[in-house]
Design a protein around this ligand. Structure first.
Ligand code: GLA
Length: 674
């Protein structure tokens, strides 16, 4: 059964509204509600005094309505009494400011008092509800990620560092502490990175982020274990955040949850939202090893550039089915009913302030029907199979957010999204691989490696084996630069990939925003019609890239080839005439190096061509540009994201429409606009 539902906060409403809620949920075909995420102060109004009666009634009501429950532990938002009694458990910022109560997430995960209170409330919930017939899963906490730099955190950080580095000598070496006289002679001298005079040490900053991710994970595991012990049959999860806030290393966390559950809010009001949806879903599927669940997304409004944007009719459906097509076991939202007050009082909901007689609720009802029809085929269908993959690595992102970098506008997330977007526009189904967590790189035809800044020796070896065995690797600038502790790999960039790529980069030339650099093909001008490059040291490179030329922004480099063939040279700018894009034959495979910050169109043209050479096939040949096609098992999902009707295989998709086909015909009602 595909799950359909979302966050439900009955504690914000009088009981008569609960009855209406359940009736409306039934009308919409909602089959799961996430309950209790922020209900700590209602569940435990005073220390040790629990009030479960209201929750009993909610769960029973939902159960009678045939609606399952993802029951949350409320530990993301400690009640006022807790923070008053334990001011030491309030988080401290890098500036040394102890935050006050008044929002949510006011806790320090290293605080023993907080951990004990969290275990206590989670334990009581487990005791009472672990065998409730409505319980489908546990939803621990909410979007783990609170940062704290207090002294208790400092002590925990030191213990973590002792485990990671063993002795101080090793830490001093890994952190290069002889730079600026930072050599530590006692563990007690080490604190979390705090406001300091000038730039902090990047290795210190990065280790703290790793520590925080692990420390938060310990907090999760503690709750998970006691919930599991109460009833091992009930899966335990927590909602991972997708987007610009990378609080934890999800690829590592994924190993500890029973279901990878993800919150995703596209932040582009235009077609970028569809591309972000595909990106988020493909990444989540990677974390989940194939299976995952969309736990929260906005039913209606998209936050974008300081403004809320109402989704056009049909877009809720397209996005929701987009996640399902890409492997989600359902579509869940934040939230069921729009609140009357509180900080998120205008956040969208399936039942908005205006009530159920609204476009969003009507669309939800229709979507519920579609999901029900789809359930028998989609719920257990295998996830989309991809022939290409993109690398993802949270520590590389953290390192590229660190101090001392060669350009202030380096943006790891943007680079990975750009690579994925290029594949998406080329209609290639992509997976993600996580070389920082697992050296298993699969048997993809092509792997794109955008800005994989930190690479271990083991990961470097895995990439070598992958290419040697016949794989095609496309590595972009800022990859392979440092070891996992941020120590630079010497001898020329991109250190970890130099041998496979057959190049040596000796200088970086970051460019001011707005500067556009042109790249020539291998034989500028002369080969556009023949599609062949013939100058010495260059190789044939046919098709659109050669004839259209390429452009780059923000980043160029001085590249020397050391075995690689030059595919494209810089045509202007400080590197004019020097290699820009190269290809190296390595074993049975090829390794491409992209030294420039290619624009979207250029990267797309390049990856399209490399993928074709590597034998990676689009999901369907000849798709119109506005149409997205995804195969999940036997089902083919076709999405028309454009404003005009589009025809695919004699099926006409209305503007904004979705068609789902299986071997034995069209599944479910056609979904169109309005
Ligand atoms: C996430 C959180 C919710 C809410 C929404 C707002 O999904 O889990 O509590 O804050 O974001 O977009």
């Amino acid at each position: 059964m595909l799950l359909f539902g979302g966050d439900y906060n009955p504690e914000q409403w009088p009981e008569e509204v609960w009855t209406e809620d359940v009736a409306l949920m039934r009308q919409a075909g909602v089959n799961i509600a996430t309950v209790g995420v922020f209900a700590w102060s209602d569940l435990e109004p005073e220390p040790g005094r629990y009030e479960f009666d209201w929750l009993d009634r909610v769960l029973d009501l939902l159960h009678e309505g045939g609606i399952k429950v993802a029951l949350a532990t409320p530990t993301a938002s400690p009640p006022p009494w807790f923070t008053l009694a334990h001011p030491e458990a309030l988080p401290v910022t890098a500036d040394g400011i102890r935050l006050s109560h008044g929002s949510r997430d006011t806790y320090c995960v290293s605080s023993p008092a907080y951990r004990a209170a969290a275990r206590a409330v989670a334990g009581r919930l487990a005791e009472r509800y672990a065998h409730h017939p409505a319980l489908a899963m546990w939803h621990v906490h909410n979007e783990y990620g609170t940062d704290c730099r207090c002294d208790v955190t400092a002590a925990a950080f030191r213990l973590w560092l002792q485990k990671r580095h063993g002795d101080l000598g090793t830490l001093n070496e890994a952190w290069t502490t002889s730079f600026w006289s930072q050599r530590y002679s006692d563990w007690a001298q080490i604190a979390p990175p705090r406001a300091t005079q000038y730039m902090p040490n990047p290795a210190h900053v990065l280790d703290f982020r790793r520590f925080l991710s692990d420390e938060l994970l310990d907090g999760f595991i503690e709750q998970r274990d006691l919930l599991r012990a109460a009833n091992p049959a009930v899966p335990v999860t927590t909602n991972f955040v997708q987007g610009g806030w990378v609080s934890v290393d999800h690829a590592r966390w994924a190993e500890e949850v029973d279901v990878v559950a993800v919150d995703h809010y596209p932040d582009d009001a235009g077609p970028g939202a569809e591309e972000q949806t595909a990106f988020a879903a493909d990444l989540a599927r990677g974390w989940g090893g194939g299976s995952w669940l969309l736990m929260e997304t906005g039913p209606n409004l998209i936050y974008t550039r300081g403004r809320m944007h109402a989704k056009e009719p049909g877009r809720l459906t397209r996005h929701s089915l987009g996640y399902v097509a890409r492997g989600s076991s359902g579509a869940m939202y934040f939230q069921w009913r729009q609140p009357r007050g509180g900080a998120e009082l205008f956040h969208s909901a399936l039942v908005p302030h205006a009530g159920p007689d609204t476009p969003v609720f009507r669309e939800a009802v229709a979507l519920g029907r579609t999901l029900r029809t789809l359930s028998p085929k989609a719920a257990d269908a295998p996830p989309p199979a991809a022939s290409v993959a993109v690398t993802w690595d949270a520590p590389s992102w953290w390192a590229l957010q660190g101090p001392g970098l060669p350009a202030a506008d380096i943006d790891y997330l943007a680079a990975v999204r750009q690579a994925h977007r290029a594949l998406y526009r080329a209609k290639l189904q992509a997976d993600f691989v996580f070389p920082g967590v697992s050296t298993a790189l699969g048997d993809y035809r092509m792997i794109v490696v955008p800005q994989l800044y930190l690479v271990s020796d083991e990961a470097a070896a895995a990439f070598r084996d992958y290419v040697a065995a016949g794989g095609t690797l496309v590595v972009t600038y800022l990859s392979g630069i440092a070891e996992p502790d941020t120590r630079i790999r010497l001898g020329g960039y991109p250190g970890a990939f130099r041998e496979i790529l057959g190049v040596r980069v000796v200088e970086w030339h970051p460019q001011a925003p707005g500067t556009v650099i042109t790249l020539e093909d291998g034989l500028a001008g002369a080969t556009a019609s023949a599609g062949l490059a013939a100058s010495s040291g260059s190789v044939a490179f046919s098709g659109s890239v050669a004839s259209a030329g390429l452009t780059a922004e923000r980043w160029i480099e001085r590249v020397e080839t050391a075995g690689a063939a030059t595919i494209s040279r810089y045509a202007d700018g400080p590197m004019a005439g020097a290699p820009a894009i190269t290809r190296n034959r390595y074993g049975a495979g090829s390794a491409w190096y992209v030294s420039a910050g290619l624009t979207d169109d250029s990267l797309q043209a390049l990856l399209r061509q490399v993928a074709a050479e590597a034998g990676a096939e689009p999901v369907l040949p000849g798709l119109p540009s506005e149409v997205e096609a995804v195969r999940r098992g036997d089902l083919l999902f076709l999405f028309n994201h454009g404003d005009q009707p589009a025809t695919v295989d004699r099926v006409t998709l209305p503007p904004g429409g979705v068609r789902i086909r299986s071997a034995d015909g069209v599944e479910g009602p056609p979904v169109g606009r309005g």
